[in-house]
Ligand binder design. Structure first.
Ligand code: SF4
Ligand code: SF4
Length: 296
């Protein structure tokens, strides 16, 4: 069994309790304006090219079977994305980290073996493994099998999801998931559509369903001024009805991903305005008035 993943991050400390290893799956059904992992949105493999890192060695020209890299007569490196089949050959020979291949077909047994290598760290820190993305649950069969195998090895499991997935996908992973890290971007549907391109109806329904089934959740709220910053009270009202919510984390928006958009020739949709510390504090206070526990 194979999945399309774009990274495995070891010693992660922000993806659930303890020290964790996080598997990032490629492909996401939402288009969040503030997405800081634009390389995760497309389900296909992609080549990232950072012009400012290129030292002009020409090794990529020789490596590419498609002729996607050329040099103009005046010595400028030209990359033609439409010719690229994302084979990764050029990224392997680039000496300057100017080229990166995002996405690879990964075998379940190989991923499991890599995850089990960190077992001692999970044990000593009450950590475990987190499946993230992109949206990992669009590859739900692979996730379910991987989570099952991790549970057979006594490892704590977490699934980081945007919730915009089928009920069938939730049902597949529910028996093997100790904690859902669940994104809540807006309560009002029109705001959600404006921010992500999709309705939040099934996201709210899936969260209620997980809660009703006894699934534990930690809610993540990205805080983006002028986009969803007026939604906190409504989100808090909804969350206060859940029985198995462990805590809530506010994720202040940042705009560090601009270079990645450029490297992928994707339009940069990042909002300009960053949150003030006092706005985050105010949002946390609002959540607290509903009796909700805030994670720092
Ligand atoms: S990833 Fe493959 S096809 Fe694309 S530019 Fe590099 S060598 Fe050429
Ligand atoms: S291999 Fe890397 S550094 Fe060399 S020309 Fe290609 S992109 Fe530039």
């Amino acid at each position: 069994m194979k999945a399309n993943i774009f990274d495995i991050k070891h010693f992660a400390v922000h993806d659930g309790p303890g020290i964790r290893t996080t598997v990032f799956f490629k492909g996401c059904p939402l288009k969040c304006r503030w997405c800081h992992n634009p390389e995760s949105i497309s389900a296909k493999k992609q080549l990232g090219y950072l012009l400012h890192k290129c030292v002009g060695c020409g090794k990529c020209v020789a490596a590419c079977p498609q002729g996607a890299h050329t040099f103009t007569p005046d010595g400028l490196h030209k990359f033609e994305r439409e010719k690229c089949t994302a084979c990764g050959a050029c990224a392997k020979v680039c000496p300057a980290d100017a080229l990166s291949l995002y996405g690879k077909e990964a075998e379940l047994e190989a991923v499991l073996t890599e995850l089990l290598e960190d077992e001692d760290f999970y044990e000593s820190s009450n950590g475990g493994v987190t499946l993230s993305g992109g949206e990992c649950l669009i590859q739900a069969d692979f996730c379910a099998e991987l989570l099952k195998r991790l549970k057979e090895n006594g490892i704590h499991t977490a699934v980081d999801t945007c919730g915009f997935v089928s009920r069938e996908a939730i049902d597949k992973v529910l028996p093997y998931t100790d904690l859902f890290l669940y994104d809540m971007k807006a309560f009002d549907d029109d705001v959600h559509i404006r921010c992500t391109g999709q309705s939040n109806k099934c996201i709210l329904e899936n969260l209620s369903y997980i809660d009703k089934c006894g699934g534990k959740t930690e809610i993540r709220i990205p805080f983006v001024p002028d986009y969803n910053s007026d939604q906190i009270e409504k989100i808090a009202g909804f969350l206060s009805t859940l029985k198995n919510l462990t805590k809530i984390k506010i994720l202040p928006y940042h705009n560090y991903a601009g270079t990645k958009y450029k490297s992928l020739d994707m339009p940069d949709t990042l909002p300009e305005k960053l949150p003030e510390v006092c706005e985050i504090k105010e949002a946390e206070n609002m959540l607290s008035t509903f009796g909700l526990e805030i994670a720092k």
